[in-house]
Design a protein around this ligand. Sequence first.
Ligand SMILES: [Zn+2]
Ligand SMILES: [Zn+2]
Length: 136
Amino acid sequence: MRQSSVQLAILDVLAGEGDSHLSALEIYERLKARLPAIAPSTVYRALERLTQQGLVSVSDMGKGVTLYERVGQPLHHHLVCTGCGQVLTIDHSQVGPFFAAIENTYAFRLQTNHLILFGLCRACQAQSSTPLPPEA
Ligand SMILES: [Zn+2]
Ligand SMILES: [Zn+2]
């Protein structure tokens, strides 16, 4: 099978319904349903190339595995709750000015296209709002 057709199939899987952030294993399993002869190494190689080409983002979203997602336009970013695992999506318009300021100040060309910020969502903040111990 041609490497380029595997890459297209991966982009197709990542554009599919449901969770758009998939691990390499999940991508492999979904591809295998369509292309039973495919080898895991072929999938990993194709993912590496797609990442290098900037078509797929690689993120640690706190789940202990690397997650892949198709990079769309406009870009988007996430807030990940470390309490309940909820993932919120942030529009690039909120991050864009920050990225531009960094690039100007440090003459640094950012390659991050999928920013993951960890924290606590509103519900988890309410749950963990036990009063601080009094100061000694
Ligand atoms: Zn995302
Ligand atoms: Zn939460």
